[in-house]
Design a protein around this ligand. Structure first.
Ligand SMILES: [Zn+2]
Length: 363
């Protein structure tokens, strides 16, 4: 804890949002821990919580230090359909890790579930709801503060997830991994948002699959859909940390660079400041990230919105606003970069003279 830099919270997620506070989410786990050697791409399951708890703990710590107000349990795909008998231990251990770190900064713990691997095959509502319920029972036992249904590409399955999550009596957030074209059955973002709120979600939005710009475009459509239906909900956005202007309906997974060659697309911290500002101006108050969204991106959200929030995260001790730390540099041309105009207007070169700037999605 750094006196003066952090603010201690004691309220739940809905109290915070209802009082107009900005809640900063966390960022990338699977994609980041794959790069660090703890997750295998393909099945993307989080067994690292039991195999390498220190690696998961460290990443939670970095997000907390960067300003995250929510520690999401690392339970993506940790469901019975993906992990057989190991799923229960992994969910329990992920809750303990998230709670341990959250307690060091008074952050909230959110239990997270995602779309199943089986919906696309049989759409068996009872069977799929049972898969969600098993994870929820662990979250309830571990007393998480709220629950998130994330990464759904089918509105119907997302609605089932919300209906199950409501059973625990905790606030429910629901985000879909869709772009402006809507879900896999052409349900528009506005219609998706309405369905999720009608099913009982208090917070709705998008996560993953698309970069900051497209995610905000989708959020705008969700907001308009809710307004047209006369519904009220808190808005949440957790975009990729990668730029995806060339994506089709399926998002970044259809790009030939996914998942091992995405580095040239990484957003800068300045891109993320812009994202945070635009999300805020749109009325989104739960702002975080998904794949590729590193702790320094989370810090960028906290720094951009520091005037509104009135405080900075601990990690800002090591980061001058708009590069001002560079004014200590010995070389005058580098010192000259210690200003907002430089970073705000920079068009970063890729350093790859033979590369195209856009790709063609496979699907
Ligand atoms: Zn993601």
């Amino acid at each position: 804890q750094v006196p003066g830099l952090t603010k201690r919270f004691s309220q739940g997620i809905l109290e915070r949002l209802e009082s107009g506070e900005v809640v900063i989410g966390d960022g990338s786990f699977l994609i980041t821990l794959e790069k660090r050697g703890y997750v295998k791409a393909g099945r993307w399951t989080p067994e690292a919580v039991v195999e390498h708890p220190n690696a998961v703990r460290q990443l939670h710590m970095e997000f907390l230090r960067a300003g995250s107000n929510v520690m999401q349990t690392f339970t993506f795909s940790a469901s019975e359909d993906n992990m057989e008998s190991k799923w229960e231990d992994i969910n329990a251990a992920a809750c303990d890790l998230a709670r341990e770190v959250a307690g060091k900064g008074d952050a909230l713990v959110a239990g997270g579930i995602c779309q199943t691997s089986v919906y696309q095959h049989h759409k068996d509502e009872a069977r799929i709801k049972k898969i969600f319920r098993l994870q929820l029972e662990v979250f309830a036992r571990k007393n998480v503060d709220f629950v998130i249904a994330e990464y759904f590409e089918h509105a119907e399955e997302a609605v089932w997830a919300v209906e199950v999550l409501k059973e625990a009596g905790k606030p429910v957030a629901a985000t879909m991994c869709i772009g402006p074209e809507g879900d896999m059955h052409d349900v528009t973002p506005g219609e998706c948002a309405v369905k999720l709120v009608m099913a009982g979600a208090s917070i709705v939005g998008v996560n993953c699959r698309f970069g900051p710009r497209i995610s905000l475009k989708t959020m705008k459509l969700m907001k308009e859909g809710l307004q047209a239906a006369g519904l009220k909900a808190h808005l949440m956005v957790q975009s990729l940390g990668f730029h995806t202007p060339d994506c089709g309906k399926g998002g970044f997974v259809d790009l030939p660079e996914y998942p091992f060659g995405l580095e040239p697309r990484v957003a800068t911290r300045w891109d993320i400041q812009k994202y945070a500002r635009e999300a805020y101006d749109l009325g989104v108050r739960y702002i975080g990230g998904c794949c590729g969204f590193e702790p320094y991106h989370i810090r960028a959200i906290a720094e951009e919105l520091a005037p509104e929030r009135g405080f900075l995260p601990p990690a800002s001790e090591k980061h001058g606003n708009w590069g001002c730390g560079l004014d200590m540099h010995t070389k005058p041309w580098i010192r000259a970069r210690a200003r907002r105009e430089h970073w705000e207007n920079l068009l970063p070169a890729s350093g790859r003279p033979f590369c195209p700037s856009l790709s063609k999605p496979d699907a």
